[in-house]
Design a protein around this ligand. Structure first.
Ligand code: PRP
Ligand code: MG
Length: 209
């Protein structure tokens, strides 16, 4: 049995659809219910829904053999897992954003609000910039509007949230998409099943692109 952690929310049902196309269906998962685990005995898979930021924790600790996780989470927390495949879904960009007329004073410490302190920290560390990171948990776009920070480091998908709040992309840090990840021990002990799953998924993502 392969245990698969799926992220609730935006990319959750898309990633299930890919796995379904790849030959691992479990239709009950899309029915309106509050269940969190779903088994297809015949195909040898057990799915479960977890918070997107928790997928990598389940996989790293082996509670899940594989899972679907955004590259933003992987770069931020650097979990000790294998990244087996870029699924090509959930595409967006990690960006530095600010108010349209933002002028950066190089003499002053730059205040950055973000959900991703490691990504932001590394980016500015490389540039040798003096920064102050303010870790928030959501609605990051408000921070510069209220003067909590000078700029933000956040995910931009359509750009609607920025536009509707008078902000814009100042710099792009990295492209993001959903990745198929795997526990390192599982990859050894369930190698045949997991490699097969990766290859079938790979075929489905190539077909889609
Ligand atoms: C994410 C992200 C941006 C927005 C980007 O926030 O943090 O705010 O989506 O999408 P867009 O470019 O299509 O507008 P989310 O909705 O996940 O909420 P949160 O930041 O409050 O967690
Ligand atoms: Mg947001």
């Amino acid at each position: 049995m392969i245990n698969i952690a799926l992220p609730k929310g935006r990319i959750g049902s898309k990633s299930y659809r890919l796995l379904e196309q790849a030959g691992y269906p479990c239709p009950e998962i899309l029915e309106p219910n509050r269940k969190l685990t779903f088994v297809n005995e015949e195909k040898g898979v057990r799915y479960f829904w977890v918070k997107p930021s928790d997928v990598a924790i389940y996989v790293e600790r082996g509670a899940a053999d594989v899972g679907v996780c955004g590259a933003d989470i992987l770069r931020e927390y650097e979990p000790d897992v294998y990244e087996l495949l870029d699924l090509g879904i959930g595409r967006c960009r990690m960006c530095v954003c600010g108010e349209k007329d933002f002028f950066e004073n190089p003499e002053k410490t730059l205040k950055i609000a973000t959900k991703f302190p490691n990504i932001a920290g590394k980016y500015y560390e490389e540039a040798g910039r003096d920064i102050d990171i303010i870790k928030l948990n959501g609605s990051i776009e408000i921070a510069p509007l209220l003067g909590l920070s000078d700029i933000i480091v956040d995910i931009v998908e359509t750009g609607n949230t920025l536009r509707e709040n008078g902000l814009e992309v100042l710099e792009e840090i990295l492209p993001i998409s959903a990745r198929f990840i795997c526990n390192k021990v599982s990859f050894q002990f369930k190698n045949k099943e997991i490699t097969q799953m990766r290859d079938k998924l790979s075929y489905c993502t190539v077909q889609k692109m």
